[in-house]
Ligand binder design. Structure first.
Ligand SMILES: [Ca+2]
Ligand SMILES: [Ca+2]
Ligand SMILES: [Ca+2]
Length: 552
């Protein structure tokens, strides 16, 4: 007699009667005050442990179910180990409460929460996860470059409003073909707890987020700090990863690495025959500070975009704030180890306390020809460089470079043909990386269609400020009219249109409806190239009167 199925049967019958649909998702409840023997998983009689509820032998949870963890103050800790999602589930704290899944560090090779490929589509929401000998959260994969090239990893996963901390090694580990993972509004900290005090940095491996060939990962609005090695990296051929609006602080190695150094077996060489570590990665509007090595490092990265980041007090032990590294890929003869190529590095605010501002590596460990940290141009401009301890150092170790031992910004400009519009000089930011009132970085960047907001999700106004923060200036007449238009006519102008300029027009573009709203300062026009070509709808002043009357 499977007593536990009673809840699903009752719920399903009720659902069928009400909706005529066969599928019914059950919400299961667990509570530290519940009982695995007397409970039935209802709100009134919750189970006690996730281990019991998720045990596949009991056949309780099914894909689409929600598991809600009670977490009243004083009774909110679940001492679990090897929590494993095998079907797509939502795992969350009960509303108004906060549940902590606590796993032992000592259980050898233990993982606190594992998400299987068969659990793709799962969501972890409002949860704290701590411990795990290896990882706090682990995305498992069935992909294998030798035996199962069709396999996939745990994909379409959302981790949101979570705390993941005090993990043995990496806080979050993402394995190949675990694609489309979103990590947002999470705090990730204190990795590497498995290492005894005094362990040399080279012997540690404990990132905040370690993504090996998981494409389209989105990490945003998160705070990653006190990380044993690198804050986060995505490597092994990860494509189209976006890292935005995060703060990353106090890391032993790097802040953000675009690519890194991966064993050749983890690459999909059908897609990526040259073994790029990262393809089209985007890093924007982040604050990175207090890192031992690179603030933002690029390794075998193709088409990386690094824009409007604020990088403070990085590379105190080596590398540089912006660093072009090389990758060894296990020294395997067949591996590609390509140089970084075609980066776009703009509007970054670099404030160093002795560490280099930028550096391009060349290494001859593998062959006499050497490995190049960069092929072609560095794509750098409109950045701000400042070193509180004197002139900032710029280095290029590639053969023939006069900057092997480093040089000034002027020498870097002259030799690399980059950073022509970049600025230098005294500048400071707040502890969390915001510009001070009247900062010289205000309006000194270049306008980029890739950057329409800042780290606070505030719109970029006028010319972009340099760094992650935009200081909200007074709204222009055009801004006020467009804000009003978005508020009153959202069917035509859905909020957060992408701002830009063309010819003498400043515009906002609404991609979902394919419409432009623009003004030359005198007239207001709409344009979509179909019904409306530069259709004049009235004077800016008349719309401004309407906007003002509506409080804009
Ligand atoms: Ca790792
Ligand atoms: Ca501005
Ligand atoms: Ca701001």
């Amino acid at each position: 007699m499977k007593y536990f199925n009673f809840r699903r049967i009752v719920c399903t019958l009720a659902w069928l009667a009400a909706s005529g649909q066969a599928a019914y998702a059950v919400e299961w409840f667990v509570s530290p005050l519940g009982s695995d023997t007397a409970g039935n998983g209802s709100l009134a009689a919750p189970y006690k442990t996730l281990g019991y509820l998720l045990n596949p032998g009991r056949d309780l949870v099914q894909g689409g179910d929600t598991v809600t963890l009670r977490g009243p103050t004083g009774n909110n800790v679940y001492n679990e180990s090897e929590v494993r999602l095998r079907v797509p589930l939502t795992l969350r704290s009960f509303e108004g409460e906060w549940a902590i899944i606590s796993c032992p560090i000592a259980l050898q090779d233990g993982v606190c929460v594992q998400i299987d490929p068969s659990a793709s589509g799962s969501r972890l929401s409002r949860l704290e996860i701590t411990g795990g000998n290896l990882y706090g959260v682990f995305m498992q994969t069935d992909w294998d470059s030798r035996d199962n090239r069709q396999g996939l990893g745990a994909s379409n996963i959302i981790l949101e409003d979570c705390k993941i901390h005090d993990t043995g090694r990496d806080a979050i580990k993402i394995t190949p073909k675990s694609n489309d993972i979103t990590i947002r509004r999470c705090e990730i900290y204190n990795t590497g707890r498995v290492y005894p005090e005094g362990t040399p940095l080279d012997d540690k491996n404990a990132e905040g987020i370690d993504n090996v060939n998981g494409s389209r990962m989105l990490v945003e609005d998160s705070y990653i700090h006190d990380i044993a090695t690198t804050g986060l990296y995505f490597k092994g051929g990860a494509e189209d990863v976006v890292i935005q609006r995060n703060r990353i602080e106090r890391t032993g190695v790097g802040g953000i690495m675009v690519g890194f150094d991966t064993s050749p077996d983890f690459f999909d060489t059908a897609l990526n025959p040259r073994y790029y570590e990262s393809i089209r990665g985007t890093v924007r509007n982040n604050v990175v500070r207090d890192t031992g090595y690179a603030g933002i490092g690029l390794y075998a990265a193709k088409d990386a975009v690094v824009v409007n980041n604020t990088v403070v007090n990085t590379a105190t032990a080596g590398h540089a704030a912006i660093y072009f590294g090389v990758t060894l890929q296990d020294f395997e003869p067949f591996a590609g180890r390509p140089a970084n190529i075609n980066p776009l590095i703009r509007n970054n605010l670099i404030i160093q306390n002795g560490g280099d501002c930028a550096r391009i590596r060349w290494a001859n460990e593998i062959s006499e020809a050497g490995l190049y940290g960069l092929e072609g141009g560095a794509g750098m401009d409109s950045n701000w460089f400042y070193n509180t301890r004197g002139a900032c150092n710029f280095a290029d170790n590639r053969p023939g470079s006069p900057l092997a031992d480093g040089g000034t910004l002027e020498q870097w400009r002259a030799y690399e043909k980059v950073d022509a519009s970049s600025l230098s000089g005294v500048i400071s930011v707040t502890a969390d990386g915001h510009l001070l009132p009247g900062s010289p970085a205000i309006d000194k960047g270049e306008t980029l269609s890739l950057v329409t907001q800042d780290i606070d999700k505030q719109p970029r106004r006028g010319a972009n400020d340099i760094g992650a923060d935009e200081v909200p200036g007074p709204a222009t007449s055009a801004d006020r009219v467009m804000d009003w238009a978005e508020a009153t006519l959202p069917q035509y102008f859905p909020p957060n249109g992408v701002a830009g300029t063309v010819a003498n027009y400043s515009y906002r573009y609404y991609a979902s409806v394919g419409l432009y709203l623009a003004t030359d300062g005198l007239r207001v026009i709409v344009h979509n190239g179909r019904e409306w070509n530069l259709l004049d709808v009235g004077s800016l002043s008349s719309f401004l009167a309407l906007a003002a009357a509506a409080g804009f």
